[in-house]
Design a protein around this ligand. Structure first.
Ligand SMILES: [Fe+2]
Length: 256
C-alpha cells in the first residue's frame, strides 16, 4: 500500500534497502492462530462477493503449514505462475520504493500481523492485508501485468512530480476498485477483499457513489487513507481495466 506522495527532490533510493528477513520462526503460536481466524472468517464473509480470479488464487495461501504464509513457500508457488514474488518489509514503504518494487514484479508484505484485540481495525496494513488481499490476484496473468505496469507508470509519474496520478490509478483499481463480472458487482481491490467492514458497504451501502471506471476518471478522483471511501470506481470487467491500464503510456498519464 502507498505511504505518501514524494517528489523528485528526495534522494533516489534502492527498493532492496527496505527488504528485511521475514523471520517466519518469530511469529508466535497466537500470531498463526490470528491468521487462521482471519482467513476463515474472511473467506466465509466474502463468499462470492469477490471476482472469481481472487477465489481461484486463494489456494496459493494454503501452504503446507497452517498460519502465516512464509515468503519462500509462497514465492515457490507464485513465481512460476506470473513471475511475481513477495519480500518482507517492516511496514509501509514510500511511494517511489513501492512503485519500483511493483515494476519489477516484487510485492512487499509486512513482517508482522495484527493482534487479537485489533482483528477488525488496523491502522497500518499487516501481512494479512498484504498477503490475503493482494497475492491471490497476483496469480492472475492480466491483473499481474496491470500491477507491474502501474509500477512503471508510478515511477515515471513520481519522476515528473505527478506521483498522485499513478497513486489514484493504483488506488481505484488494485486497492479499492469494484468490477462487474457477468453483470454482477464484485470486489476487485485488495483493500476491500481484506477488509471486514468495507467489503460489504462498498457493494451494498446506498450512501456511497459508484462510478464507471476509466483511466481518466481514476486519475481525477481523490481518495481517503483513513476512512471508508465515499466513492468507488467500477470496472466494466477485469479484462477491460487491465487492457486500458496496460495501454496507458507515462506520457498519456502525465497529460491527463
Ligand atoms: Fe494494499
Amino acid at each position: 500500500m502507498l505511504q505518501e506522495t514524494i517528489t523528485r527532490d528526495q534522494p533516489l533510493r534502492r527498493w532492496e534497502d527496505y527488504v528485511v528477513p521475514q523471520c517466519w520462526e518469530a511469529f508466535s503460536a497466537d500470531d498463526h492462530a490470528v491468521w487462521d481466524l482471519l482467513f476463515a472468517r474472511k473467506v466465509e464473509l466474502l463468499g462470492s462477493r469477490v471476482i472469481s480470479p481472487f477465489l481461484d488464487g486463494i489456494d496459493l495461501l494454503r501452504l503446507s503449514h497452517p498460519g502465516v504464509p512464509d515468503v519462500e513457500g509462497l514465492n515457490a508457488i507464485l513465481e512460476p505462475r506470473t513471475g511475481w514474488r513477495t519480500v518482507a518489509v517492516p511496514g509501509l514503504v514510500p511511494d517511489d520504493i513501492f512503485f519500483a518494487m511493483l515494476s519489477e514484479r516484487v510485492f512487499p508484505v509486512g513482517n508482522f500481523i495484527r493482534k487479537r484485540d485489533e482483528l477488525d481495525y488496523l491502522e497500518a496494513p499487516d501481512c494479512f492485508h498484504d498477503m490475503f488481499g493482494h497475492i491471490p490476484m497476483l496469480a492472475h496473468h492480466d491483473y499481474a501485468e496491470m500491477t507491474r505496469h502501474v509500477g512503471e507508470l508510478g515511477s515515471a509519474a513520481i519522476a515528473a512530480d505527478q506521483g498522485h496520478k499513478a497513486a489514484r490509478l493504483y488506488w481505484h483499481s488494485v486497492e479499492f476498485g469494484l468490477a462487474k463480472e457477468q453483470g454482477e458487482l464484485k470486489i476487485l481491490g485488495a483493500g476491500l477483499a481484506s477488509s471486514f467492514g468495507e467489503a460489504h458497504s462498498s457493494l451494498e451501502s446506498d450512501k456511497v457513489e459508484r462510478l464507471p471506471f476509466s483511466v481518466e476518471k481514476a486519475v481525477h478522483t481523490s481518495y481517503t487513507h483513513d476512512a471508508f471511501q465515499q466513492r468507488y470506481l467500477v470496472s466494466a470487467s477485469l479484462e477491460q481495466t487491465s487492457s486500458d491500464v496496460l495501454a496507458l503510456t507515462p506520457e498519456t498519464l502525465l497529460a491527463l
